[in-house]
Write a protein that binds this ligand. Structure first.
Ligand code: ATP
Ligand code: MG
Length: 651
């Protein structure tokens, strides 16, 4: 099977929209791209009109490079758009969230129930002195109350800063202090792989050094014991239950701050990315509707990200709720109690749209096909991915084994900074190529430029840039406007530089090649880590690979590969040679890894992205640098030890 897949990829097979999907798709005609270009301000204004506004805007866009203002003069409230609007239209009884707890408990939350809970939390926050313009930190697991807490902030005009529940006290403390949050909303604990993560204990450690926090609201989830500090801490069930379920939403300016969110930290110190109200909601609603082809009356939508990441903000909370989606929200890990948990949830709720990350897909590949095969996945009609480039082999596996060749795969490129999806197929209109995110969405403009900022044309490779503002774009870095200019606008002046490398093929398809900092220079040739990794993953024995360049006296840089094998495959010298030859065959002898190290795990950020920066250090036998956002720092030590023990013979 794997042999044929690899052959098929080399033949350059493409995938038009599956006919059963296309016949009911919202967009089936590529003319939307040209329509949007003819009047792109008008195009976005039309999308914004899908929302309810208290007051319509005067100007669609004011652009004073690098600061954009969208829908200037417009007034609206995000929580009202996500909740009240649907309840008023008679959909209060529709399920907003099918929540699945990790231990197996579950709860369906309707739009009316979510509105009431949100209003109560909003009233409590007001009682605690939180006002429009304040910041509230949220450090919780994946429970419906987390969604209500975010929407409650939006309702009263306070900006939330959600901190992923897997972060340490140090990370939480830094983020609270950076944003100067007045209130922290947390929980006694969260379920994670069968045990309790003691969120409140961790929070208490952080709270010892967060002078801006006046109150802490604590949700009881795991019934685990925790300390409550009198005067500062209160239980959610005490504080929220006694509130009225009526709370008038604050009328917010389109450009008022909605939230601050720190980036994953793959490339360095996290940045407090600021997102505002009108443009953000417009673009997340638009992209959620058309990229996922959402039919709110019939679809069951599931995004497996954590709310602590931007994917959770835009595609668990704001996009789906703005579009009146019925979503699944799952608390735990994919391997608890067994490796088929996600597929059993798909079967249980008859999920139709499924959105996950390449790291998860490669993990499922590694575990083996028997887990998805044990479940009825026939409800699925569209599947998506985000977070890293998806290797073609993983794409084909996802398409065949999960989508059963019926579901288009939407590979969506975007960032915390872009707020919403930017480059992605339109599933009913775009012919797919495995591993390509295809084209910028209608209304979006991207290009690929060389060192001097000149467009490289088609075909061609270089730096991915966004050439004009978009509604959900970041409005800056919290507290650091200079870092905003330096990070995104210093390299090419008038173009937003995303930090990623990309190429376009003869047909103009975009292929993301990973971070430009990761691109290797081997004997005078630029080689992208993504391409070598994809060639390795293409081999039937390989589930996942990370590739870095290390200094080499003869070639400038040499390629060092770290490889995770599929279940049941044994590493060995013969396999090393086979893999090196495989890469040489697919890309060319120059891309042959000089060293290959087998590893059970690869170092990843907590959002699941491979940390090449660290592996480079490992390969260079350098100091390891800042590992606080790593999933498991000991992994790196293990890899490093093995690496040093396996220094290859000189060629
Ligand atoms: P930091 O900016 O702090 O280093 P980060 O860039 O990992 O962290 P995110 O904003 O979560 O934080 O991730 C955005 C990045 O993820 C993109 O710049 C890109 O490198 C990668 N990415 C996301 N989706 C895709 C995709 N579909 N294809 C290729 N790369 C993707
Ligand atoms: Mg980034």
């Amino acid at each position: 099977m794997a042999e044929t897949l690899s052959a098929l990829l080399q033949e350059g097979r493409t995938f038009p929209p599956p006919p059963d999907f296309a016949k009911d798709a919202l967009i089936t005609d590529a003319s939307v791209y040209d329509d949007a270009e003819r009047d792109w301000h008008g195009f976005w204004a039309k999308q914004a009109l899908m929302l309810d506004w208290h007051r319509e805007w005067d100007t669609v866009l004011e652009w004073e490079l690098p600061f954009a203002k969208w829908f200037v003069g417009g007034k609206l409230n995000v929580s009202e758009n996500c909740l009240d609007r649907h309840v008023r239209a008679g959909h209060g009884g529709q399920v907003a969230l099918h929540w699945e707890g990790e231990p197996g408990d579950s709860r369906a939350v309707t739009y009316k129930e979510l509105l009431d809970e949100t209003s109560r939390v909003a009233n409590l926050l007001r009682e605690l002195g939180v006002a429009k313009g304040d910041r509230v930190a949220i450090y919780m697991g994946m429970v419906p109350e987390t969604v209500a807490a975010m929407l409650a902030c939006a309702r009263i005009g306070a900006a939330h800063s959600v901190v992923f529940g897997g972060f340490t006290a140090q990370s939480l403390k830094d983020r609270i202090n950076d944003a100067q949050a007045r209130v922290l909303i947390t929980a006694d604990g969260a379920w994670r792989r069968g045990s309790v993560v003691a969120l409140k204990d961790i929070a208490d450690e952080a709270l010892a050094e967060t002078p801006s926090i006046e109150h802490v609201v604590v949700l009881r989830r795991t019934e685990s014991e925790c300390a409550m500090q009198a005067g500062r801490d209160l239980w959610w069930h005490d504080g929220v239950a006694r509130q009225s379920a009526d709370c008038t939403p604050e009328s917010m300016d389109a450009e008022d701050l909605l939230f601050i969110l720190y980036t994953s930290g793959t490339t360095g110190k996290p940045k407090g990315i600021m997102h505002t109200t009108g443009g953000y909601l417009t673009q997340v609603a638009y992209t959620h509707k058309y990229v996922f082809d959402l039919k709110p009356d019939t679809d069951v939508y599931w995004c497996t990200a954590d709310v602590g990441w931007v994917t959770g903000h835009s595609y668990i909370v704001y996009g789906p709720l703005a579009n009146r989606a019925t979503s699944v929200l799952y608390e735990g890990t994919p391997d608890h109690p067994a490796r088929d948990r996600l597929w059993s949830i798909v079967e249980k709720y008859k999920v139709t749209i499924f959105y996950t990350a390449p790291t998860a897909i490669r993990t499922f590949m590694k575990w083996g096909d028997e887990f998805p095969a044990a479940h009825d996945l026939s409800s699925l009609r569209l599947i998506g991915t985000v977070g890293e480039p998806i290797n073609p082999e993983a794409w084909v596996w996802y398409y065949g084994t999960i989508g059963r060749e019926r579901c288009p795969v939407v590979d969506t490129w975007w960032q915390t900074e872009t707020g919403a999806i930017m480059i992605s197929p339109l599933p009913g209109a775009t012919t797919l190529k495995p591993g390509s995110a295809t084209f910028p969405l209608p209304g979006i403009q991207a290009d690929i430029v060389d060192d001097s900022g000149a467009p490289v044309g088609i075909p061609g490779g270089g730096y991915l840039v966004l050439t004009r503002p978009w509604p959900a774009m970041l409005r800056g870095i919290w507290g650091d406007p200079q870092r905003y200019r330096d990070t995104y606008w210093s390299r090419f002046g008038d173009k937003y530089f995303a930090g990623d490398g990309a190429k376009r093929d003869d047909d103009g398809y975009f292929w993301l090649l990973g971070r430009v900092d990761d691109i290797m220079l081997i004997a005078g040739h630029n080689i992208s880590t993504t391409e070598v990794e994809s060639a390795l993953v293409d081999h039937p024995a390989v589930a996942e690979a990370a590739v870095v360049g290390r200094n080499d006296p003869t070639t400038g840089q040499a390629i060092a590969a770290f490889v995770t094998l599929r279940s049941g495959i044994e590493p060995g010298d013969e396999l090393v040679e086979e893999l090196r030859d495989h890469v040489a065959q697919l890309i060319g002898p120059i891309a042959k890894p000089k060293t290959i190290l087998f590893s059970e795990e690869l170092p990843k950020t907590r959002s699941g992205k491979i940390m090449r920066r660290l592996l480079r250090n490992v390969a260079e036998d350098d100091r390891l640098g800042d590992t606080t956002t790593l999933a498991d720092p000991t992994v790196v030590d293990g890899i490093k030890a093995k690496y040093l023990a396996s220094q290859p013979p000189e060629e």
